[in-house]
Ligand binder design. Structure first.
Ligand code: ZN
Length: 188
């Protein structure tokens, strides 16, 4: 297994709509293993494939480090789709491994119903709420080239501009490996 560099704000792949996974081969399985190691190393609870430079519709979630969620097993979701959203909204402070050291409240639906495929290409439907719904919506955004800061008001975005430029120009000390250039992809 290996720890992969994480793409950061300003990297072009984070703004790309990822393409569906059509087949699962050993390469993809080994990339997903590496994604788990990369995410755990960075103390993250979710990671999308474009955050390690692969524009495919895959993300992983492991909320077990969070108090109260210790028993929730790590998940790998392929080609996920939101089937329905609750009318109830919720505000929660989000962060992102691709936007180090920036946190902000984001309003999203409290619960969602999703469909996705697992590593055997078996389709599942699942209803989730609170933290898991939050992480899944954040990661699904990634697959569509959307970042959590896109949900903020113009005023808040302005407040973060300086910090975002620091990230973009790699002028920030990040406690885990990040990409060296904004055009990084996993495959040259
Ligand atoms: Zn993120």
């Amino acid at each position: 297994m290996s720890i992969l560099p994480i793409t950061v704000y300003g990297d072009s792949i984070l703004r790309k709509k990822a393409s569906p996974v059509l087949e699962i081969d050993d390469t993809l399985i080994s990339i997903i293993r590496n994604m788990f190691q990369t995410m755990h190393n960075a103390n993250g609870i979710g990671l999308a494939a474009n955050q390690i430079g692969l524009a495919k519709r895959v993300f992983i979630v492991d909320v077990s480090p969070v108090e109260g969620y210790e028993k929730i097993k790590p998940m790998t979701l392929l080609n996920p789709k939101i089937v329905s959203k609750s009318d109830d909204l919720d505000s929660y402070e989000e962060g992102c491994l691709s936007i180090p050291e920036l946190k902000s409240e984001v309003i999203r639906p409290k619960g969602i119903e999703i469909s996705f495929f697992d590593l055997d290409m078996k389709e599942y439907k699942m209803e989730v709420d609170d933290l898991i719904a939050r992480v899944i919506q954040h990661e699904l955004d990634h697959l569509n080239g959307v970042l959590f800061i896109d949900h903020l008001s113009e005023e808040n975005k302005k407040k973060f501009k300086k910090h975002l430029n620091k990230i973009k120009n790699r002028k920030l000390d990040v406690g885990y490996p990040i990409t060296e250039s904004s055009t990084y992809t996993l495959y040259k």
